[in-house]
Design a protein around this ligand. Structure first.
Ligand SMILES: Cc1ncc(COP(=O)(O)O)c(C=O)c1O
Length: 301
C-alpha cells in the first residue's frame, strides 16, 4: 500500500487551504467570462498575452505595501505556468539526480510526486543536515504555519554555501502581510507564484515561474512558442488590473482577528490561516503546527 501523506478527515470544516469566495472577485470573474465569450478567438490568437500577463504580474507583486520582497528583479526570466504545480514538476525533472528535501507540513504534492517518481528524498528536520547533492523546496510563507518558516534564513544560508538548488514556492503570498525576504540568494534558482489561493481560480491554473537563467527547459520551450493557456493568462491579467496585491489581506484582516479570538487560535501572516494548540491536533498535517483554514467563516453572511 502506498504511504498516505494526508490523514486529516475530510469532514473537518477548516481542513484544506483554499481561496476565499470574495463576492467582488466573483462578480469580476463573471464580467471577464462574458467578455471572453465575445472575444475568445482574438484572445487565443494573441501571441503575447502570457508575456504581458507575466510582466504585469511581477509588477503587481512588487507593488505590495504589506510585504517587503527584495530583489525579485534578479530573476529576469518569467514564464507562464499551469499553477505552481507545473513549476514543481519541472524543478523535479531538472534535479532528478539529486535528493529532494522539504520540511514536514509542506504541500503534499511534493511528497506524492517524490514517493511515486523520485524515490531519493528525505524530510528536512531542525538539524538542517543538508548534503551537497540535495535539492530543496520551501514555501514562503510556509504552508503549515502561514508565516515564514523559523529556519528559512538559516536553511538558505547553508544552501548558498553548499551550492544546493532551492525552489521557493510563493503560492500564498498574495493574501499575506509581514513577509519580508531578500531573494538575492545564490541557491535560489526559481520562484513560483500562483493565483490559486488569493482568488477562487485554482481550476484555471494561473501561475508563473521566475528564473535567473534561461536554461531552455520545457517550460521555456512552451512559453517561447506561446503554447500556454491563453484564457487563463487573460483571466489573470484582468484580475490583477482590477484588484491590488494587498486587496484580500486588507479586506479580511478584521475577520481573521475576530474568528481567531472566537476559536482561541493564533492568526498567521496568511489572512485565511490560523494555527491552534493541542485542542486542534486533528488539524495536524505531520508538521509542527495545527493549521486551520478560515475561508469558509469569512464567507458567512
Ligand atoms: C503551499 C502550496 N503550494 C502550491 C500549491 C499548489 O497550487 P497551484 O498549483 O494551484 O498553484 C498549494 C495548493 O494547495 C499549496 O498549498
Amino acid at each position: 500500500m502506498k504511504k498516505n501523506f494526508n490523514k486529516i478527515s475530510n469532514s473537518l470544516p477548516y481542513k484544506s487551504i483554499r481561496a476565499i469566495e470574495d463576492p467582488q472577485v466573483n462578480l469580476e470573474l463573471k464580467r471577464i467570462f462574458k467578455n471572453f465569450s465575445k472575444n475568445n478567438k482574438k484572445i487565443i490568437d494573441n501571441k503575447k498575452i502570457h508575456q504581458i500577463f507575466c510582466n504585469k504580474y511581477l509588477k503587481w507583486i512588487k507593488n505590495s505595501k504589506n510585504n517587503k520582497l527584495k530583489n525579485l528583479s534578479k530573476f529576469k526570466y518569467l514564464n507562464f505556468a499551469n499553477g505552481s504545480s507545473q513549476v514543481f514538476d519541472y524543478f523535479y525533472s531538472k534535479y532528478k539526480n539529486k535528493r529532494f528535501r522539504a520540511f514536514r507540513g509542506e504541500y503534499v504534492y511534493h511528497y506524492i510526486s517524490w514517493r511515486n517518481h523520485y524515490k531519493n528524498w528525505k524530510f528536512l528536520d531542525k538539524k538542517l543536515n543538508l548534503k551537497k547533492n540535495d535539492a530543496v523546496v520551501i514555501s514562503l510563507p510556509f504552508s503549515d504555519s502561514g508565516s515564514k518558516h523559523p529556519l528559512m534564513n538559516k536553511l538558505i544560508q547553508i544552501c548558498n554555501k553548499k551550492n544546493i538548488p532551492v525552489l521557493v514556492d510563493c503560492c500564498h503570498l498574495a493574501m499575506c502581510k509581514g513577509i519580508n525576504f531578500d531573494f538575492n540568494q545564490k541557491s535560489i534558482k526559481e520562484i513560483s507564484f500562483s493565483m490559486s489561493k488569493n482568488f477562487p481560480v485554482s481550476r484555471l491554473r494561473i501561475g508563473m515561474r521566475l528564473s535567473k537563467i534561461d536554461d531552455d527547459d520545457p517550460l521555456f520551450f512552451l512559453n517561447k512558442l506561446a503554447l500556454v493557456n491563453k484564457f487563463s493568462a487573460y483571466v489573470g491579467l484582468k484580475l490583477l488590473q482590477k484588484f491590488k496585491f494587498d486587496y484580500i489581506y486588507e479586506k479580511y484582516k478584521d475577520k481573521q482577528l475576530k474568528y481567531c479570538k472566537k476559536l482561541k487560535v493564533k492568526p498567521s501572516n496568511i489572512v485565511a490561516i490560523a494555527t491552534g494548540d493541542q485542542k486542534w491536533k486533528m488539524y495536524n498535517r505531520g508538521g509542527d503546527w495545527n493549521r486551520l483554514c478560515l475561508s469558509s467563516l469569512y464567507e458567512k453572511k
